[in-house]
Write a protein that binds this ligand. Structure first.
Ligand code: SAH
Length: 363
């Protein structure tokens, strides 16, 4: 558990740890269960009215309640997708996106404030990484979204800002907390963890006994193209990544899915479709699925998406080669629902304010 403040971050605690903590504050064990259930609902301390006032006061004074605050909220007029900009206690901001599908609702959460991975097409990494999020700060995004929408969060995707496997301990702790039936109770089988390909993290996750779906951001079938788009490929190349995915599948029995963002002129040709099918068949042997994503253009990157027809051709070429693929439907197109852009515009605003303050004459 990351200790940001010096006081215990009690929303990151399991019910058992919370029991010890409340005992240390002189409270009975059942108070811990009540508190755990309140936190899973995204409640503020003052709303926890079945807890003694004195206990809530002690929690406020001796603990650190890291429930995020909704800083901004955008609702799509097209499909009702909701995008949240959350502020953490220290002012760091991250995003979540709440989506409704026919089979249920899904929330995309962030795992870090910023990202250190440097993928060329991604808005989240443009200012680097500020810090890891605590388990409570990841859990809080889900608890607050369920509370604000008044709907149950059926599934979670760790596809927001940050690289989940670069914040391994907090993310695994979050997975255990969010799936705990005494709390939000979201089934691990309804949770996907997306990674840019940190091989040691994938191998470690395979041994946690957590049946989450592993989603791997591949984006290119060969090392040259992938390294140009994703610096992480210089550390863990395509072959070592696919080997880790195969081990993950063998150990967990969970089919791995691959993300492939189509970028015009970089990775969207027939050559790449054929090469992608070939490496997946060779590397994975077992079945896997490819999610094709049309690049969401980020002004700073100078990259653009191919048109829909070219994306469809790419998909068909994969299927011709025996690899299942779907083109991901874009939700919330009118609110820029991809993650990283709200945080980036807020950081740019703050930088502009600092520049202005520095150039203002002293009075
Ligand atoms: N760090 C993790 C999870 C966050 S990103 C990862 O890399 O998987 C979630 C997905 O969105 C990844 O597949 C990522 O590569 C992709 N992505 C990032 N920026 C994008 C953009 N501008 N357009 C389309 N997809 C993007």
């Amino acid at each position: 558990m990351t200790e940001i403040g010096s006081k215990p971050d009690f929303m990151s605690m399991t019910p058992e740890e919370l029991s010890d903590f409340t005992a240390s504050l002189g409270e009975k064990p059942y108070r811990a269960a009540q508190l755990f259930s309140w936190m899973a609902k995204g409640a503020e301390l003052e709303e926890m009215t079945n807890l003694p006032r004195a206990f809530r006061q002690k929690l406020a004074e001796e603990g650190d309640y890291r429930l995020p605050r909704i800083e901004r909220k955008l609702v799509s007029a097209v499909d009702g997708t909701v995008k949240y900009l959350y502020a953490m206690k220290d002012g760091e901001c991250v995003e979540s996106v709440f989506m409704r599908y026919e089979h249920g609702t899904s929330l995309c959460v962030s795992s870090e404030a910023g990202c250190a991975m440097g993928c060329r097409f991604c808005a989240s990494t443009l200012r680097g990484k500020a810090r890891n999020l605590t388990a409570s700060e990841i859990l809080g995004q889900a608890a607050k979204a369920a509370r604000d929408t008044g709907e149950r969060v059926d599934g979670i995707v760790l596809m927001g800002i940050g690289e989940p496997l670069d914040n391994y301990d907090n993310v695994v702790r979050f997975l255990r907390l969010v799936s705990d039936p005494r709390g939000m109770g979201i089934g691990l089988r309804h949770i996907s963890l997306s990674t840019c390909g940190l091989v040691p993290g994938i191998l470690k996750l395979a041994d946690e006994g957590l049946p989450v779906t592993l989603s791997v951001s591949l984006h290119a079938p060969d090392d040259e193209t992938r390294s140009a788009l994703m610096p992480v490929n210089r550390r863990y190349n395509v072959a070592s990544l696919l080997e880790a995915c195969r081990i993950y599948f063998e150990k967990t029995g969970r089919r791995v899915s691959f993300e492939y963002t189509l970028i015009s002129g970089k990775n969207d040709g027939k050559k790449e479709a054929d090469a992608l099918a070939a490496v997946l068949k060779k590397g994975m042997r077992a079945s896997c699925h490819v999610n094709l994503i049309l690049l969401n253009a980020v002004a700073e990157t100078g990259l653009s998406a191919p048109d829909r027809r070219r994306a469809e051709e790419f998909r068909r070429q994969l299927e011709t080669n025996g690899v299942n693929a779907t083109i991901r439907r874009r939700l919330g197109s009118d609110i820029d629902a991809s993650c990283g852009q709200l945080r980036l515009s807020k950081l740019e605003q703050e930088e502009e304010e600092i520049r202005r303050a520095q150039s203002a004459p002293l009075s």
